[in-house]
Design a protein around this ligand. Structure first.
Ligand SMILES: Cc1cc2nc3c(=O)[nH]c(=O)nc-3n(C[C@H](O)[C@H](O)[C@H](O)COP(=O)(O)OP(=O)(O)OC[C@H]3O[C@@H](n4cnc5c(N)ncnc54)[C@H](O)[C@@H]3O)c2cc1C
Length: 417
């Protein structure tokens, strides 16, 4: 269900509406969400209760920042509308709460006019310093750059992309990257690195929004190593990507154990000023490439409460600009083990005022988790809302490996100390 109010510039949706459905429906009517998280299957409910980001987030913030209103049903069965002026404490505390304050039943999201294409400029870089400075400079230039993305192929090489909405195809080629026979996007981007020269393409806007869907960024290559081959594409390209639920259903105990030990899926939201240290950290402790870079503003909202806040310097200055560093795959570092690497990573993120996306596995202690995410407003609300504490677990107990107590992981963590 989707109702557009063009006059107010908002769309009202139910929480199970997903990004594929919304982008299809809005774009055909000349509109788009300002932030369209990549994968078709991500839902409005999940993106609000968890988190969502896209390469336009340097301008518009996280998915939660394009929300104008929530309707939730609380543990006592009350329907509450929450906006910045009506139940504001709840409005700012719902994002990241993972359904532990109530059930979301509807949301109002901002919409903006859309254009037909994204003009995409690819710029290869060959040192860590140029990678960091080009990425930071383009991310902070929110007036001139509608989209900014980096794909890092090694500690000293990356392709930084800048996109802008345009109405027509200009000099450069048209590339409908979403077609079933097209190469995975990250493979296509890599060709600019090999050619050692920048380039421009015009990508139909919906193809741009969902450019990583077919390859699940690069995760699909581990699942179907021959998935980019023309013969596979000709015969079965239409069937990709398979549903994550199906992959989990077909997993055996052994592959689950191997995945838990060696496989990494993590998104770290780091202050952009710590981008260089973060890439160096990943190189030293994971050696896992490609890495995904998506700039994102964590909005201050006049210092409102909520789980996440922008970076504050010792002088009290606020810097909203962050970067999502996405690491997906099997690290190349010798002797790598999640039970050792992930607690250290949590420590690194806390020390640098960053946040970890909660869909990923976290081995943080409850104290560490509370250090990373501000629980002040959340604790007050859980006290105040009738039956909330009896009905819903805390976020930590819902999302963390310790809270969930995966027996395999717990044993290995105990052994690893
Ligand atoms: C394979 C994979 C790829 C990803 N890719 C991206 C990406 O490209 N861009 C990006 O921004 N993020 C990405 N993410 C992160 C993703 O955005 C978050 O994990 C998001 O929370 C998932 O949304 P979902 O619709 O799958 O929600 P779910 O995982 O189903 O739900 C997330 C949480 O929200 C709660 N919840 C959901 N709906 C409601 C509701 N109506 N009321 C109360 N609670 C609710 C659930 O109980 C759960 O705790 C990815 C995650 C995975 C696993």
């Amino acid at each position: 269900m989707l109702e557009i109010d063009e006059h107010r510039g908002i769309v009202r949706v139910e929480p199970l509406a997903n990004m594929g459905q919304i982008s299809r429906s809005l774009i055909s009517r000349g509109w788009t969400l300002p932030v369209v998280p990549e994968l078709d299957s991500l839902t409005v409910g999940g993106l609000i209760m968890g988190f969502g980001v896209e390469t336009s987030s340097h301008k518009y913030g996280l998915f939660q920042h394009i929300c104008e209103a929530f309707e939730i049903v609380t543990a006592e069965g009350k329907l509450l509308k929450c906006t910045p002026s009506e139940n504001p404490d709840l409005f700012y505390q719902i994002p990241w709460s993972h359904g532990t304050l109530g059930f979301l039943v509807a949301a109002e999201l901002k919409i903006i006019p859309v254009k037909k294409y994204v003009r995409l400029h690819y710029r290869p870089v060959y040192t860590l310093d140029s990678m960091v400075s080009v990425f930071e400079h383009t991310s902070r230039d929110t007036k001139n750059n509608d989209f900014v993305e980096g794909l890092v192929y090694g500690c000293d090489r990356a392709v930084i992309m800048v996109g802008n909405f345009v109405d027509a195809v200009g000099p450069g080629s048209l590339n409908a990257i979403g077609r079933w026979y097209k190469p995975w996007f990250y493979k296509h981007v890599q060709t600019y690195l090999e050619r050692r020269e920048p380039g421009v393409e015009y990508v139909p806007v919906r193809d741009y929004y969902h450019r990583h869907t077919r390859g699940y960024f690069w995760a699909m290559e581990e699942i179907i190593p021959f998935g980019n081959h023309p013969i596979f594409r000709a015969l079965l390209g239409w069937a990709v990507p398979p549903r994550i639920e199906l992959l989990k259903y077909t997993e055996t105990q052994t592959t689950q154990r191997l995945r838990e030990k060696f496989h990494v899926i993590q998104d770290m939201l780091m202050p952009i000023r710590h981008l260089k240290q973060s890439i160096e950290y990943f190189d030293a402790h994971f050696r896992l490439y490609p890495l995904w870079l998506s700039p994102m503003a964590i909005k201050d909202n006049g210092g409102q409460r909520g789980f996440v806040h922008p970076f504050r310097t010792e002088d009290g200055l606020v810097d909203e600009m962050y970067v999502d560093i996405g690491a997906y795959g099997t690290p190349g570092k010798k002797g790598f083990d999640n039970a050792v690497a992930l607690p250290l990573l949590g420590k690194f993120v806390i020390e640098h005022q960053g946040y970890q996306a909660l869909y990923a596995r976290t081995f943080m202690s409850r104290e560490g988790f509370r250090m990373m995410f501000d629980h002040a407003g959340y604790d007050l609300l859980r006290e105040r809302l009738p039956y909330c504490r009896q009905a819903f677990d805390e976020v930590y107990d819902k999302v963390s490996s310790k809270g969930r107590g995966s027996p395999v992981e717990m044993r290995r963590m105990e052994k690893a100390g």
